[in-house]
Design a protein around this ligand. Structure first.
Ligand code: EPU
Length: 340
């Protein structure tokens, strides 16, 4: 049995029967065809029980420039590379498209599978293709952006866990296309943070620095406290429902839903994605603690764990939050974190 507490950022002490590190493509052949769970850095996972199988810890590494034109660079990144290290590499090379996604915990493979996004930057906007091995057949397969069927924190591969992602290819731009439009009313907006730390004209590095500053101020550092980032997805509601919610919480924010593949394109303008952290804050959840589980004092959507927290304790705390949101706002929260 292997203890998984150092393999998940919530630091839950679940056990797995076995753990195999995947350092090279050859290591993939050693995996059994069944009962395997692929793990990056465990930054978006809650173990509520032991896993009676093999954990394959993805440690494939390497960043390779495949092609360069006058405008773009195509870069293949091994799935086990740390996401933020890759963002830092891109910014060091003055490549744009990724700077808004600085400091998101996790590996590159998980970033593609979970279609991560933050402060106006989206995984799917820079994604070119991905290589994966089907563990049942041991066949390699390339996935295009269309094949990936990206949705909000979702993709084809999130629904098909038999594929082990080996690398992701991104297209980054040699010209800075800065996106500084992200708003946050009660905490710092991206533009106001940029203006605080620099003077225009802004560069790729300035945006990177501003995002790092915002995240450091309002999200927990996984090195210091157990966390898996946003625990729930921001829920999608009708505009009418959002209007009702605004009567209760006037400064509630919502995002457009045009990238949500599960909503009919013709109906997307009828819906919005609500920043539920603000509503949880209104209900008193920000900084709340029960036993060894709580929410972060600066962000009610982010669950944090203290030493000794069990997976069941975290799950029960999360279910209390869900029930409270259902009761007060008649909204069903969905987990953003993968629950095992
Ligand atoms: N807010 C409060 N109180 C809180 C929390 C938030 O008033 O306790 C307010 C903020 O002031 C802001 C609004 O709610 O006006 C939105 O907060 P924030 O900017 O932090 O964004 P979010 O909607 O809570 C989403 C993503 C984050 C991502 C940020 C920035 C989801 C589930 N979460 O959070 O992603 O970093 O936007 O783009 O979509 C993650 O997925 O793990 C994650 C951290």
């Amino acid at each position: 049995m292997v203890d998984l507490s150092s393999y998940n950022t919530l630091r839950i002490s679940a056990k797995a029967s076995n753990l195999i590190e995947i350092n090279t493509a050859d290591d993939i052949n050693k995996l059994p065809p069944e009962n395997v769970f692929f793990l990056g850095s465990g930054a978006n996972i809650l173990f509520t029980k032991d896993f009676p199988g093999t954990i394959a810890k993805i440690k494939l590494s390497g960043i390779k420039v495949l092609k360069e034109t006058n405008t773009d660079v195509l870069i293949e990144v091994a799935a086990g590379e740390n996401w933020h290290d890759f963002v830092t590499w891109a910014v060091d090379h003055n490549l744009s498209g990724i700077e808004n996604m600085a400091l998101i915990p996790g590996t590159v493979g998980a970033a593609a599978i979970g279609n991560i996004a933050a402060y106006g930057g989206n995984q799917e906007d820079i994604f070119a293709s991905l290589q994966a091995t089907n563990i049942k057949t041991q066949k390699n397969q390339e996935f295009s952006k269309t094949d990936m069927q990206f949705g909000y924190r979702n993709s084809f591969l999130r629904q098909h866990p038999d594929y082990l992602v080996t690398s992701v290819t991104y297209r980054l731009s040699k010209t800075a296309h800065l996106n500084t439009s992200y708003h946050a009313t009660r905490h710092a907006s991206l533009l106001s943070t940029l203006n605080q730390i620099n003077t225009p004209p802004f560069t790729i590095r300035h945006v990177f620095d501003a995002v790092v500053k915002i995240r450091s101020e309002k999200l927990p550092d996984p090195k210091l406290v157990g966390t898996a980032g946003s625990f729930f997805k921001n829920p999608v509601v009708s505009k009418e429902k959002f209007h009702q919610l605004k009567q209760q919480i006037p400064d509630l924010l919502a995002y457009p839903t045009e990238k949500l593949s599960y909503i009919d394109p013709e109906e997307q303008s009828e819906y919005v994605k609500v920043s539920i952290g603000r509503a949880l804050d209104e209900l008193g959840w920000r900084g709340k603690r029960i036993g060894n589980v709580g929410t972060f004092p600066q962000h009610a959507l982010v669950i944090v764990t203290y030493p000794g927290a069990t997976g069941q304790e975290v799950y029960q705390f999360a279910e209390m939050m869900r029930a409270n949101v259902k009761k007060n706002f008649d909204i069903n929260l969905e987990y953003e974190v993968v629950i095992i």
